[in-house]
Design a protein around this ligand. Structure first.
Ligand code: ADP
Ligand code: MG
Length: 333
């Protein structure tokens, strides 16, 4: 049973950045306005996230790491939104099968925080012989989740990873994306022991402020694209670089229903719009936020398969191409 679970977990969590993406989404779902991430050895030694969200009640702490345990499906209609958040109730369970997990959490109505350790989905004692029940401790409202020694029990998975610096770069990439998209939430990400954060945004900042903070001068050249495609039931909001500004590589931050995803089809279409405008070797910057009726987004999307498919894909992409062409043309007339 444990081995089967571990294999399943390894499919959901393939590297530290996958785990972090799930943890960030949980913190956002909990209504957090401040999210702090701490990393050691590319997240393999320590991956920690601290938020100021609504916390986990003590009585729920025993089950949060069990497979398919979720507090987020309240009604049948919610089932259709499964697609937008990957598989329900699998993230914490999966992480606990491939790492040592510690959760410290406090709800606003609790006088104190509680801490618990998890292994393979279940509570485990801090020291052998002790009870595994959550222990009362000091703490602020919100949740801190620490995953240590990721993949300690799956050596082949560990060997498949390139280097801790490569994993850290992937972590920074994920934090950067969510930090830009979630204006109103402050994010920090730093290496353990480092004084300076490598990603830092502030609460009052707009999406453009965040882009400026994390990508610099491209922010002063950005063009806004915004439209509701009524017939397709899609809302588009984005900030795209002008044709006179070129990046060293294609930078595409794509969100569908607030989840960071990849779409090769959208990327290729946008590249084609810019290809005639940018000098050879120049690339665009594109932040694009699509809200699509959840029932039109592929339900079988797996958490690690960032590539997404959705209904009316070709029509939506045609509209995007028109929007981009017109916006770029108007800006340079
Ligand atoms: P899901 O997000 O699909 O519900 P997860 O395995 O990611 O499944 O999380 C399990 C449950 O743990 C969530 O439904 C939520 O109740 C609780 N939880 C996880 N992280 C947090 C957090 N940062 N703040 C509050 N509750 C959390
Ligand atoms: Mg989750």
């Amino acid at each position: 049973q444990t081995v089967v679970n571990r294999i399943a977990a390894g499919e959901v969590i393939q590297r530290p950045s996958n785990a972090l993406k799930e943890l960030i989404e949980n913190s956002l779902d909990a209504g957090s306005t401040q999210i702090q991430i701490l990393v050691k050895d590319g997240g393999l030694k320590v991956l920690q996230i601290q938020d100021d969200g609504h916390g986990i009640r003590k009585e729920d702490m025993t089950i949060v790491c069990e497979r398919f345990t979720t507090s987020k499906l309240n009604s049948f209609s919610d089932l259709t939104s499964i697609s937008t958040h990957g598989f329900r109730g699998e993230a914490l369970a999966s992480i606990s099968h491939v790492a040592h997990v510690t959760i410290t959490t406090k709800t606003a109505d609790s006088p104190c925080a509680y801490r618990a350790l998890y292994a393979d989905g279940k509570l485990v004692p801090v020291k052998p012989g002790q009870s595994a029940d959550p222990k009362a401790c000091a703490g602020n409202n919100g949740t801190q989740i620490t995953a240590e020694d990721l993949f300690f029990n799956t050596p082949t998975r560990l060997k498949a990873l390139k280097s801790t610096s490569d994993e850290y770069n992937r972590i920074l990439d994920i934090v950067t994306r969510y930090a830009i998209h979630n204006a109103g939430v402050s994010f920090t990400c730093r290496k353990q022991g480092a004084k300076m954060a490598d990603v830092q945004t502030s609460k009052g900042a707009s999406i453009v402020d965040n882009i400026k903070q994390l990508y610099g001068s491209v922010a002063s050249e950005l063009l806004h694209v915004q439209e509701t495609l009524d017939t397709l039931n899609v809302k588009v909001n984005g900030y795209i670089s002008n044709a006179n500004y070129s990046m060293k590589r294609m930078t595409m931050l794509l969100f569908i229903n607030h989840r960071s995803v990849d779409s090769y089809a959208i990327k290729r279409a946008i590249e084609s719009v810019y290809s005639t405008l940018l000098p050879k070797g120049g690339y665009p910057f594109v932040y694009l936020d699509l809200e699509i009726d959840p029932k039109n987004v592929d339900v079988n999307v797996h958490p690690t398969k960032k590539e997404v498919h959705f209904l009316n894909q070709d029509k939506i992409i045609e509209s995007l191409i028109d929007m981009f062409e017109e916006t770029l043309k108007n800006a340079n007339d």
